[in-house]
Write a protein that binds this ligand. Structure first.
Ligand SMILES: Cc1cc2nc3c(=O)[nH]c(=O)nc-3n(C[C@H](O)[C@H](O)[C@H](O)COP(=O)(O)OP(=O)(O)OC[C@H]3O[C@@H](n4cnc5c(N)ncnc54)[C@H](O)[C@@H]3O)c2cc1C
Length: 503
């Protein structure tokens, strides 16, 4: 089988087997021409187990490596904002591959469905196709469909986070049990990091050259001229939502790395307080880059730990607590809790529970208490259109929604309040869920991610416990108010900035 062959690879350690899943039973053909890396979620050339595994296969079989990075336009919520962000990432990937012995093939669908037979057609001459094992949104379905259609082995590799998704044998329903388990289990996986630069020229020796993509593919699916697309009118040709304009963040791995460096130099030392202050820029702002795969959790982890000269010897005995396990400053411990507990518990949920996006996936106590209060009178009821247009009586909430619409993000603390108010002002909890999913995923650069569903379902009780006293509408669900937020947090500049006539 092809995996055994990878063990003979000449460079470094093979990708840990726990991260690799065969999606079909096809066998390697003796007459194949290349190995394909089908880059759909981990859109980067650094710290990427999937790319590394594809390279290892190319080395083992002595075949050229073809990196296909497509961008569909028929997916739900496709818009200028997400297209631009992804294309900026493609430009970085193109530059990174330009002096390497690999062929980079960016392909943007001009019409919904144009790419649907591309992977199938490429597979007829492929040794194997390696793709990204992202557990959310359209990706699992797309991979299942491709597995039935392709003519060669299709392998999905998990490069989502520090903990391999397959390692857990249960779904975690509260953060403290995930945290306790993670502290015991993660250290062994910290020995198996992806290579920082899997495409370094020294690691590609022995791979034959493909050069350009074979002409028969290019005639039907021409290589996209990505540079020109970002000129002002470039995206108008795509049948996507042009009403959601590009946000304030530029996409790509280079920009992601710049954000990471800035976070370490300027924000990490005060992260544990400033992160919750809307007037401060206290957090990393990395979530869009993590979502589109422009940076990996491994690289983030590696750089923040390096900034405190950390090594594995500093780990304490697992204590299940937010602080005290890693042996670093309290600010870094707080950041690691977001990166290693809160981020990865969502991947655990999406990977294991196909109904992760449905109301019925909420804990029973939450469904019961929301059900009991679903007919309670609401002080205000807003339609989705009113919410979308920031037309509520509450200027604090309107500011958060305007930030989302204008910039494609919401300050972390405001995001919790944003969700709780949607629960309060929607006609019933099911509609509240639909409103949150629609607005979050339509505008947020980091939307359509396991974290999106963690955050939105947290508003409705996931990963939380019952709180008293029992209140109207919320029942035992945790409650938040704009008044308390204004009392406890610094947000006057935030409200000014995101007022109706703000910047
Ligand atoms: C209603 C609601 C919706 C949300 N929707 C999303 C979403 O669509 N996409 C998204 O990435 N996050 C979402 N979150 C979680 C959180 O708000 C963001 O991850 C965080 O604000 C991103 O900012 P940052 O990168 O500066 O985070 P930092 O504080 O710098 O944290 C670093 C990384 O840790 C992870 N992280 C941080 N906070 C959380 C959290 N509460 N839950 C899960 N992971 C976390 C993110 O990957 C983040 O990039 C949502 C939260 C709520 C309450």
């Amino acid at each position: 089988m092809y995996l055994e062959k990878v063990q003979e690879v000449i460079v470094g350690e093979p990708v840990p087997g726990i991260r690799i899943r065969n999606l079909n039973e096809a066998r390697v053909s003796g007459t194949s021409n290349y190995v394909v890396y089908w880059m759909t979620a981990f859109r980067r050339v650094r710290y990427n187990f999937a790319l590394q595994h594809a390279r290892d296969l190319a080395l083992s079989y002595k075949k050229p490596l073809l990196i296909l990075e497509p961008l569909r336009c028929g997916y739900r919520w496709a818009c200028d904002r997400f297209h631009r962000f992804v294309i900026e990432g493609m430009i970085d990937n193109d530059v990174s591959c330009s002096d390497k012995n690999v062929t980079y093939y960016p392909y943007l669908e001009p019409q919904a469905g144009s790419a649907s037979h591309l992977i199938e057609t490429l597979s007829k001459q492929a040794t194997a196709i390696v793709t990204d094992d992202f557990p959310c949104f359209f990706h699992p379905h797309m991979n299942r469909l491709a597995a039935r259609r392709v003519a060669c082995p299709l392998v999905a590799v998990d490069s989502n986070g520090l903990m391999p998704m397959s390692h857990a044998d249960r779904t975690f329903t509260v953060a403290h049990s995930y945290r306790r388990w993670m502290q015991k289990e993660l250290p062994e996986h910290l020995h198996g990091f992806p290579e920082a630069t899997p495409l370094a020229n020294s690691k590609l020796k022995g791979i034959p050259q493909l050069g350009e993509v074979p002409g028969e593919f290019l005639q039907r699916w021409p290589r996209s001229e990505i540079d020109g697309l970002l000129a002002s009118t470039g995206l108008f040709h795509f049948p996507i939502d042009h009403g959601v304009a590009p946000g304030v963040l530029a996409g790509g791995s280079r920009e992601a790395k710049r954000f990471l460096k800035r976070f370490i130099a300027q924000r990490l030392a005060s992260y544990d307080g400033d992160r919750n202050e809307p007037d401060e820029l206290g957090a990393s702002e990395l979530s869009p880059y993590l979502h589109f795969g422009h940076i990996s959790a491994h690289e983030v982890f590696s750089d923040v730990m390096e900034s405190e000269h950390w090594n594995l010897g500093k780990l304490s005995i697992p204590n299940g607590k937010v602080e005290g396990f890693w042996g670093v400053s309290k600010h870094l411990e707080a950041f690691l809790d977001q990166l290693c507990t809160w981020r990865e518990i969502g991947f655990n949920m999406c990977f294991r529970e196909p109904n992760y996006a449905q109301f019925k996936s909420l804990p029973t106590w939450a469904q019961e208490t929301l059900g009991k209060h679903k007919n309670d009178p609401r002080p205000y009821v807003y339609s989705r259109q009113q919410l979308d247009a920031s037309e509520t009586h509450d200027e604090i909430w309107n500011a958060a929604q305007r930030q989302l619409v204008r910039e494609g993000r919401i300050h972390n603390y405001m995001r919790m309040l944003w969700g709780k108010k949607i629960l309060q002002w929607s006609p019933d909890p099911h509609t509240a869920l639909r409103n949150m999913v629609e607005l979050n995923n339509k505008y947020a650069l980091d939307g359509r991610d396991p974290n999106s569903y963690s955050g939105i379902f947290w508003v409705l009780g996931r990963y939380d416990r019952a709180w008293g006293p029992e209140r109207a509408i919320f029942g035992k669900i945790r409650y938040m108010t704009s008044e308390n937020t204004a009392k406890k947090h610094r947000l006057s500049s935030y409200i000014r900035k995101y007022s109706a006539d703000g910047e």
